[in-house]
Design a protein around this ligand. Structure first.
Ligand code: ZN
Length: 105
């Protein structure tokens, strides 16, 4: 299990290039941090465009951490729409079809 923020940030950059055409902002603070009552969240940052937090208590293994990261990256793409509605699930479907979950699901 890799709980390093650098490991997470590396996956953020890789996924952004591979599955979001590099369109998501580079200035995102990606880190493990406690998130009250939730496994992860994304919020506008003060210094960075966004802060993307994954709760280490829910990140049971590297696959779950990466699946959660992809979920939060969709929230950034659709920001400020934070709903898990049709647009959100279209994006998840697009990621699945593009192979983003190969080897981790
Ligand atoms: Zn969500």
């Amino acid at each position: 299990m890799n709980l390093s923020d650098g490991w997470l940030a590396g996956w953020y950059r890789r996924y952004n290039e591979r599955y979001f055409a590099g369109d998501l902002p580079d200035e995102v603070d990606v880190l493990y941090a406690p998130v009250k009552g939730c496994c992860a969240d994304v919020l506008p940052g003060e210094l960075d465009d966004f802060v993307l937090r994954i709760n280490p208590a829910f990140a049971l293994d590297a696959s779950i951490a990466r699946i959660t990261l992809l979920h939060e990256m969709v929230h950034i793409k659709l920001w400020p729409n934070r709903r898990h509605g049709a647009a959100f699930y279209e994006e998840i479907k697009r990621l699945a079809q593009a192979g983003a979950y190969k080897g981790i699901l």
